[in-house]
Write a protein that binds this ligand. Structure first.
Ligand code: GRF
Length: 200
């Protein structure tokens, strides 16, 4: 099964997928890595792995439609069957999402529906929750609102800073995304309305 991965920055989630493909846990092929930022380190990680790495800078596009059109074309040109958002920091339009219905998976560093949007880790810390975490979900037209595939809890400690909490959550993200992708690759995910049934 071929996937396309959208990134914006450091690419540690991409790296976790690359590593799990390499060790045989993930029966998948990354066909292309696409970034909205030309200088994203994630693109270097893709190149090192011999994977097509495509920069589609948002600022070089006159509109969101043109930007998303280029992303869509690159995904299709490389035969992607699933779109994985791994540290991708743009909101995809309903128009784009509807071209890839139930074929876009995102990871969010909070236990949705709590703390959607940016700086989720900081939101959790400020709110004072005792359990934070991450969520892997299918992307729908909303923001961080699609059917949830899996979640991982992360305790919040008394002396946590946003950085220490984010780092602890990131460790779980690097387990969660590969786990979710393996379930998808093995055809074990069934969407029933808002719920995702995970078959054994
Ligand atoms: C991660 O916390 C991810 O959940 C969020 O962006 C952060 C950076 O991800 N969306 P990565 O290291 O670029 O994969």
């Amino acid at each position: 099964r071929k996937i396309g991965v959208l990134v914006s920055g450091r690419g540690s989630n991409l790296q976790s997928v690359l590593d799990r493909i390499a060790d045989g846990y993930l029966p998948l092929e990354i066909a292309v890595v696409i970034s909205d930022k030309a200088d994203a380190y994630a693109l270097e990680r893709a190149e090192k792995a011999g994977i097509a790495a495509v920069a589609i800078p948002r600022k070089e596009c006159v509109s969101k439609e043109e930007f998303e059109g280029k992303i869509d074309a690159a995904l299709r040109a490389h035969g992607a069957e699933l779109v994985v958002l791994a540290g991708f920091m743009r909101i995809l339009s309903g128009n784009f999402v509807n071209k890839w219905t139930q074929k876009i998976i995102n990871i969010h560093p909070a236990l949705l529906p709590s703390f959607p949007g940016l700086d989720a880790q900081g939101q959790a810390l400020e709110y004072g929750v005792k359990i934070a975490g991450c969520t892997v979900h299918f992307v729908d037209e909303g923001t961080d609102s699609g059917p949830i595939i899996l979640q991982k809890p992360v305790p919040v400690l008394n002396d946590d800073t946003e950085e220490s909490l984010a780092a602890r959550i990131l460790v779980e993200e690097h387990k969660a995304m590969p786990e979710a992708l393996r379930l998808w690759a093995l055809g074990k995910l069934e969407i029933q309305g808002r719920r995702v049934i995970v078959h054994p």
